[in-house]
Design a protein around this ligand. Structure first.
Ligand code: BF8
Length: 671
């Protein structure tokens, strides 16, 4: 059954997106927004109450006491569905990490055309963490040994995956006692599939315990490897000026949008776009040059390191094509909509697939090979330039915002303590004094089932007013960037008084862009360092911090949520819950939902909850932060103690009902 069709203003809060949604309507083409309106999700499947893992089903459990044909109970089915999603998410992140490790090996062996080791200091620092000897060795030698170690983590059968050694000591002991330390990355993903085959593991708690192990193989395994190697090869991010939103496309240039996740090819395209030969080729085609921009996590990767502007987040991939100004959209893996190809066919845009793992019928496939990366990148750019002459009418929204991305944990540490005393202690001190109430990581996807970017930015802005420092990754980060929340001084008047003082003193924006979705491991590293630097307990679960994915939609998000819980964090997802059950129709159908919240909290100190209402998300976040402060014996949060305490305007606005407050603060429609 279709739901009521929304207007562009109801579909997205982003005015650039709204312009393109109007254009889509005018020319009669569909987008993810209209498709979501046309197709309601299955209420049984979305509640985790459908089992389709064998040919006796699918079995839909909608009555009390009902089981599947094999006798599987509802909690078993929900646990199986959830762990299969976690395994798929872990597989996606980790396979990305594997390819990065292979690229590092090829670079070390001198076989990867165009790549160099850009961050030797990080290479040495990481190698030391694994007791790889660094004295009197060339970067290539060290890189070879590190690459071999990393490659071996995927197929390792016994023991512990190496990056786990970087977790706080207390956390490692807890994992050891519970037997959830991943033995090998691939092994845990495979075992998740085995356990959930018909007739295997049929105890929901036991299945979910392996869900934790599989998720840890992602966060403290494949994803961490992906981030490490990307930093070593392309540079550890540091603040840089960037821009975000569709207005970064240029009318007089060949626009090439790089979209997906792995930075290996996109970094090479960035390099090739500066090649004088390519620039001359673009001039000969009548263009002023080649203009690169990114979508999704490729955008985050290249924005953080090279300042390549972000054209948008997940829900803007189709909207970029709708401008009519994109000569080529170059995609690799993950979060790429099949709808791009039929949409591009209505314009001149060429969709170019590049991964040996991802082809889309109707797209041009130019396969990437790290051994010939520069040659391939040049070929792709020439193909895009050749397409410039086919461009028709364009409509590029004149909307873009500046931002300062690039807050790697190394940079934050340096920024807080300087070169010689790099440390997180000043951040801990600010939390201990109450200047900063706590920290929230607001991460993850867009989902057309909710208003594009609304939940991310609403939750972000409300928490900022409560003196909560925000770190962001993924599509959530791009949402805040587009709203101007990632600039040094900008927007500080809407930030709580204590946090404002800290931001002004240190010179940071109140919202820190920490990168792509694999870079959520940077947040793990920050939390570990905060625990180790003293004052906030000795483990991640004691830190007044919360993780939120307000607009989640991907399986990768579930894997991230689970590894953050296993690491001790309270994680709140917005939108719908894949394990909600229907307690009004089937009693006790939320057994798994309760287990991953209260049950996991007892075991790991972290919990996973699905909370659709943004005000409820904010309230639970603040309650958790305050409870953690109290448990540490820190003073209760008091906004009157610091800075321009009790900002009258904010207090007045807070008295207003939600729709009026949204309208006054953000110009949102007052419905
Ligand atoms: O890995 S936040 S929509 S782009 S899954 Fe995809 Fe979600 Fe965006 Fe990056 Ni992450």
């Amino acid at each position: 059954m279709a739901r009521e069709k929304r207007s562009p203003e109801e579909q997205s809060i982003d005015p650039a997106a709204q312009q393109m949604l109007v254009r889509a309507e005018q020319i009669g083409v569909g987008t993810a927004f209209s498709r979501a309106d046309d197709m309601s999700p299955c209420n049984i499947g979305s509640a985790g109450m459908c089992c389709k893992i064998c040919g006796m089903g699918p079995c839909r459990l909608t009555k009390d006491g009902q089981t599947g044909v094999c006798g599987a109970t509802l909690d078993t089915i929900q646990a199986r569905n959830l762990i299969r999603s976690i395994a798929a998410g872990a597989a996606a992140h980790s396979d990305h990490g594997r390819d990065m490790a292979f690229t590092l090996k090829a670079v070390a062996d001198g076989e990867a055309e165009g790549y160099v080791i850009r961050d030797v200091a990080k290479l040495r620092a990481i190698a030391e963490r694994y007791q790889i000897r660094i004295e009197d060795r060339s970067p290539q030698d060290i890189a070879r040994e590190l690459a071999e170690l990393y490659i071996s983590q995927f197929g390792q059968q016994r023991g512990k995956v190496a990056p786990v050694a970087r977790a706080p000591e207390k956390r490692r002991k807890l994992w050891e006692e519970r037997g959830v330390i991943p033995r090998g990355i691939d092994r845990e993903v495979v075992e998740a599939l085995h356990r959930t085959h018909i007739g295997d593991d049929q105890n929901a708690e036991h299945i979910l315990e392996h869900g934790i192990r599989t998720a840890l193989a992602d966060g403290w395994g494949g994803s961490m490897i992906a981030t490490d190697v990307a930093d070593i090869l392309f540079g550890t991010p540091a603040p840089i000026v960037g821009q975000a939103n569709l207005g970064v496309l240029k009318a007089d240039m060949v626009n090439v949008v790089i979209h997906g996740h792995e930075p290996t090819l996109s970094e090479m395209i960035v390099a090739a776009s500066q090649d004088p030969e390519i620039i001359a080729y673009a001039h000969a085609a009548g263009a002023a040059g080649v203009n690169l921009s990114g979508i999704c996590c490729t955008a985050n990767e290249t924005l953080m390191r090279q300042g390549v502007p972000a054209a948008g987040n997940f829900l803007q991939q189709e909207l970029a094509i709708l401008t009519g100004a994109v000569e080529a959209m170059v995609v690799d893996v993950q979060c790429i909509m099949q709808a791009l190809v039929p949409l591009a066919a209505k314009f001149h845009t060429q969709i170019i697939t590049t991964s040996p793992k991802v082809q889309i019928k109707g797209a041009l496939h130019i396969e990437f090979d790290e051994h010939r990366a520069m040659t391939i990148a040049r070929h792709i750019l020439r193909t895009a330039i050749d397409n410039f002459k086919n461009r028709g009418e364009t409509l590029i929204p004149d909307i873009r915002e500046d931002l300062i991305p690039g807050f790697s944990h190394e940079y934050i540490s340096y920024m807080l303590g300087g070169t010689y005393r790099a440390s997180f202690r000043p951040l801990n001190d600010a939390i201990m004094s109450g200047r900063i109430r706590g920290v929230a990581a607001i991460v993850g996807c867009n989902n057309p089932r909710s208003q594009h970017d609304l939940l991310h930015t609403y939750v972000t802005r409300e928490l900022l007013k409560q003196d909560v420092l925000i770190v962001q990754t993924g599509c959530g980060a791009i949402a805040s960037a587009k709203l101007g929340l990632m600039l040094g001084e900008a927007g500080l008047e809407q930030v709580g008084p204590g946090l404002q003082e800290v931001c002004e003193t240190v010179g940071i924006p109140p919202v820190l862009h920490m990168g792509s979705c694999v870079d959520n491991t940077r947040i793990l590293t920050v939390l570990t360092q905060m625990a180790e630097d003293g004052g906030l307990g000795d483990d991640i679960d004691q830190i007044p911090a919360v993780g939120l994915a307000p607009e989640w939609m991907s399986e990768k998000a579930l894997a991230i949520g689970a590894y953050c819980v296993a690491s001790g964090a309270y994680v709140i997802f917005g939108g719908s819950s894949p394990v909600s059950g229907m307690p009004d129709r089937v009693e006790d159908s939320d057994v798994v939902a309760r287990y991953i919240s209260a049950g996991w909290e007892k075991l790991y100190g972290g919990k996973l909850e699905f909370v659709p209402d943004p005000d409820e998300m904010i309230q639970r976040t603040l309650a958790h932060i305050d409870a953690k402060r109290a448990a540490l014996g820190l003073p209760a949060y008091d906004p009157a103690r610091f800075g321009r305490s009790g900002d009258a305007r904010i207090r007045d606005l807070e008295e207003l009902p939600l729709p009026e407050r949204q309208a006054a603060l953000y110009g949102m429609p007052n419905k």
